[in-house]
Design a protein around this ligand. Sequence first.
Ligand code: MN
Length: 228
Amino acid sequence: MVDYVIAPPAMIAVPVAGGGAFPVRRVFCVGRNYAAHAREMGSDPDREPPFFFMKPADALLSDGADMPYPPMSNDLHHEMEMVVALGSGGVDIPEAEALSHVWGYAAGLDMTRRDLQGAAKKEGKPWDMGKGFDYSAPIGLLVPAAKIGHPDRGLIELKVNGAVRQTSDLSNMIWSVPEMIAYLSRLVRLAPGDLIFSGTPENVAAVQRGDVLEGSVAGVGTVKTRIA
Ligand code: MN
């Protein structure tokens, strides 16, 4: 029994469809993983190696909860993504074994303070405050891979106030889920509880207070939030 000198923080967990909760360790995000989005952000999508950034686990926001409009920004953008949840981990995971480490999937939003991210990019500074702020990662219920398999194609879509804003297909990912797990496991030791936001398709755009965001990933599920 450790004698903690302050109350230990609560474990962050994502509810699982059908019951139970998935405890979260770390949240990784893949950048520019759909060619059309890479182009709209001004990059050449030609299969440059994948790159990763992180959000703190407590940036996760429960499905259906309001997302407070974040401070220090006037350009909050949506990025609709599929989220991969790891049930086991390791280093140097071979691509062929990568999916055996996936516990499940969810629909999620990588909400971004685009103005802060853009300023950081321009100055060669870290993206953290553009990406890893409070409530910046709304996430839907997790569904076990044991139930749905490992989706590698199918519609990924985001509606804002009922109108389609982002629409693409999971098969348009530049780096597949097995490839991103294999690559990331060469950079860090992956662990049970790690989440990977797998990148957004094109047509990211700003949202305003009062907007209702409803995202879906075919065969996986949905995510919903309202900007408050
Ligand atoms: Mn993203």
